[in-house]
Design a protein around this ligand. Structure first.
Ligand code: GSH
Length: 222
């Protein structure tokens, strides 16, 4: 039975899962949901994730939401070293994944909601929220920048799930305009991912096509 992944192709959270699955060679069946039409709030979808958020994975009787949890599930299933090659690496990968969720991605999501989603709904952005998010991103970005000064990847010397989780906000950054450009090592690391991880570049094209297409169709210029 195939592993089903529900999500909108414009979602940076879905991208974390589709990228990781492609890197690990795991076949998935994509089920598209249109977030611009509110399809993550239908009764059928809420039965999978009552929070109304995608992605969601269904593998037989296992239903999981939260992209990081899905990626951990897939990585354990596939084996390999995306989750770290030793116990110590594994805990470092988890450390950065948890940090990314609580201290990093959330502020880019907040900016996307404020600056992009509200625009789509014809509502004005609250500049104080954007400024709070930018301050948090600058502080965390400075730490990441120092961490990446002499490293190719976040943990060990190869790609892990930590890189995928931390790179996710780059999915929308050309639209949100969060201040990643102030951190040169962070920018270089992300470019390295695009250059050396084909799945990361492929899924960027998918996200950009979907989001830019939706805004063009709605007559909105970002
Ligand atoms: N922490 C969640 C975030 C999920 C999330 O924010 N998903 C967005 C798309 S990127 C969504 O489904 N939004 C629908 C909505 O807010 O109605 C994860 O990592 O999976």
């Amino acid at each position: 039975m195939s592993i089903k992944i529900y999500g909108d192709p414009g979602s940076g959270s879905l991208r974390r899962v589709t990228s990781a699955a492609a890197i690990m060679g795991i076949a998935i069946e994509r089920v598209n949901i249109d977030l611009f039409k509110g399809e993550s709030h239908t009764p059928d979808f809420l039965a999978l994730n009552p929070h109304g958020l995608s992605p969601v994975m269904v593998d037989g009787d296992v239903v999981l939401y939260e992209a990081s949890a899905i990626n951990l599930y897939l990585a354990e299933k596939a084996g390999g070293d995306l989750l770290g090659a030793s116990t110590r690496e594994r805990y470092e990968v988890l450390q950065w994944m948890f940090w990314s969720g609580e201290q990093w991605r959330v502020f880019s999501t907040l900016t996307f909601d404020e600056r992009i989603a509200k625009r789509f709904m014809g509502q004005p952005e609250d500049e104080s929220i954007v400024q709070l998010a930018f301050a948090k991103i600058r502080a965390a970005g400075a730490v990441l920048d120092a961490h990446l000064a002499n490293r190719q990847f976040v943990v060990a010397d190869r790609l892990t799930l930590a890189d995928i989780d931390i790179a996710a906000p780059f999915s929308q950054w050309e639209r949100t305009k969060v201040p990643f450009g102030e951190s040169p090592n962070l920018m270089a690391w992300h470019q390295r991912l695009l250059d050396t991880v084909p799945a990361w570049a492929d899924t960027k094209r998918e996200v950009d096509t979907r989001i830019d297409g939706a805004f063009t169709a709605a007559g909105i210029e970002l």
